[in-house]
Ligand binder design. Sequence first.
Ligand SMILES: [Fe+2]
Length: 288
Amino acid sequence: MAVNLLTKSDDYLHWRDKKLANAPTQLGDCIVEIQNPFKLSNTEKNKIIGLCQKGNFALFEIQPVAQYGEAIISINQQLGLKDFDAHLFVKTGGLAHITQSNNKDQGEFIPYTDKNIGWHTDGYYNAINERIRAFSLFCVNPADQGGVNEWIDPQMIYLLLREDNADVAKALTHPQAMSIPEHKVDGKVRRSTSTGPIFFIDEPTNELYMRYTQRKKNIEFLNSLEIKQAVEHLDALLKTNTDHHFEHLMQSGQGLLCNNVLHKRNAFTDDKDNPRLLLRGRYFNRIE
Ligand SMILES: [Fe+2]
């Protein structure tokens, strides 16, 4: 991708036309059935990679296996996703178990509850050297009711915003657009303050990247009318339903592989004996 698409209009137009020509709009075209998670065929692998190049995500399906964790780690590794984020609640092999938690410490974090989670990219608070460029989400067990995921390619959101209003898109590239204060536990800093743009070119990959969250708690936008209005504009666009918004309730055996798409989760109700369980991996490199 052209490194100057944010600043050079020729580069932008070239990138925009290619993006629009290739972007998937039908979910059914984006599902890859995997026969053997421990040995992807070239066709399966190429289809996943091709979908991620065009729209930054692919859905996949596998048949029931005894150890879902091993199967997912294997799929991810075959796609080059090895460099995982070993954050607080990650278990062996880099997967976190996303399920309702009774653990008080873990239960403070919304993913481990049954609540709605607004639009966000993963790791929006991470330092540059721990930037999340891809994640996988796999459904071992859906909720009794609810828990639908929605997502949109963040590069497409940038494109749609810029087509709609170039000033809005530009405001969101301000180097101090969004800050997340440090996270302290018992007086100890677990994560330092994170300040940066919402849209920017991720230098190591030369790709347009987005860090964003709709969480209101502990998020500070730069105190300028321009940025405040731009964020409102972004949220209004996210609320609409374009051809590029996707929505899916993952069933057992289904998963999402993506280059950190902007996503949300709807609230859910669990069957107490059989709670919702998703396996999530976060990686520092992209699928490409
Ligand atoms: Fe997330």
